[in-house]
Write a protein that binds this ligand. Structure first.
Ligand SMILES: [Zn+2]
Length: 89
């Protein structure tokens, strides 16, 4: 699995990880080194967590609606694709 180090906008690093434990280890190091400003996440396949590619939250492999109020009429990926499987494209 490929993991990327990101602040949500830019990608600062790439690493191959063998497991989610490996990812957690990288995150622990990053927390210490960057004061929690950067996050390691799996590239491309987020099962649970934040999909930085689409800027949307994912739970159980499905996109979750954003937290914005209805009146805001936002165009967030999570709103437009709520409930869709992350691999359904
Ligand atoms: Zn939104």
């Amino acid at each position: 699995m490929k993991a990327i180090l990101t602040d949500g906008i830019e990608v600062f690093g790439e690493r191959d990880v063998a497991s989610l434990e490996g990812l957690q280890n990288l995150q622990d190091q990053a927390d210490e080194a960057t004061d929690r400003n950067l996050t390691w996440c799996l590239q491309g396949r987020v099962i649970d967590g934040y999909d930085y590619t689409h800027q949307a939250w994912v739970v159980d492999g499905k996109y979750v609606r954003c937290g914005h109020p209805e009146s805001m009429n936002c165009k967030c990926y999570g709103r437009l694709h709520e409930g869709e499987n992350i691999n359904a494209r």
